[in-house]
Design a protein around this ligand. Structure first.
Ligand SMILES: Nc1ncnc2c1ncn2[C@@H]1O[C@H](COP(=O)(O)OP(=O)(O)OP(=O)(O)O)[C@@H](O)[C@H]1O
Length: 230
């Protein structure tokens, strides 16, 4: 493939392995994973518990260093960047949403969304945060702290925070895993609507087959490998 074509791709993994130490000896968690995610493409990562889905996201997002193989985000080889370089790339182009929301407990909804924008020195962080909370239907909850919000509301704040950064790639690890059916459906609707509107690519781990079916395709993992759809 030509470099220019690779540069335009949000994510490529080439033969990525991850081996971590444990008390019982080294554990091969990823065993040669290759995956290509195109611009605006929505990919579900599915497979049994322990098959390596969350580890794949951690490596792809540069949170965890692979043992071997190559991860490229927007054409940049993460292995050639230091911790600061990886953090900068993530801050500018990548956002993450987790099953357990990961909101800062001592900040209001508005502050949770505004804080990363301020850290990235974006102008009008407060206004942008309020606009995004409005887009996720939470304009009446700006001054609420996470413990004053329902799980569905907390995940909507997390989505607003993730997308306010205008990422070209959103990673979501079981984004609806902690929610009841009604809230899960509402958060999923919102996530797909917002990635469509912003044009962001989406890489989403899920156990929910209905949610996976809404993606453009599924990458099926088993025992540290992608066995279908890489
Ligand atoms: N830090 C670690 N040290 C050793 N083994 C680990 C570590 N993190 C994960 N593992 C193991 O790696 C395997 C894959 O874990 P991972 O969390 O990526 O799976 P998963 O497919 O996301 O599972 P689930 O669907 O249950 O969340 C599991 O067997 C897990 O126990």
């Amino acid at each position: 493939m030509f470099d220019a074509a690779i540069d335009s791709l949000p994510l490529t993994l080439e033969n990525v392995t991850l081996t971590l130490p444990s008390s019982a000896g080294p554990v091969d968690i990823l065993r040669g994973v290759s995956l290509v995610v195109g611009a605006g493409e929505r990919v579900a990562v599915v497979g049994p518990s322990g098959s390596g889905k969350s580890s794949l996201i951690a490596v792809a997002a540069g949170l965890e260093q692979p043992t071997s193989g190559q991860v490229r985000l927007f054409g940049q080889d993460l292995g050639s960047l230091g911790e600061d370089g990886r953090a900068k790339l993530r801050r500018n182009r990548v956002s993450l949403v987790f099953q357990s929301f990961h909101l800062l407990p001592n900040m209001t909804a508005e502050e949770n969304v505004a804080a990363p924008l301020e850290i990235a020195r974006k102008p009008n962080a407060g206004r942008t945060a309020r606009d995004w909370l409005d887009r996720v239907g939470l304009s009446a909850r700006l001054t609420h702290y996470p413990h004053q919000l329902s799980g569905g509301e907390q995940q909507r704040v997390a989505l607003a925070r993730a997308l306010a950064a205008e990422p070209a790639l959103l990673f979501a690890d079981e984004p609806t895993g902690n929610l009841d059916a009604a809230n899960a459906a509402a958060v999923a609707d919102l996530m797909f609507k917002l990635v469509a509107e912003t044009g962001a690519a989406l890489v989403m781990v899920t156990h929910d087959s209905a949610l996976a079916a809404r993606a453009d395709r599924s990458a099926v993992m088993a025992d540290g490998r992608i066995v279908e759809g890489g």
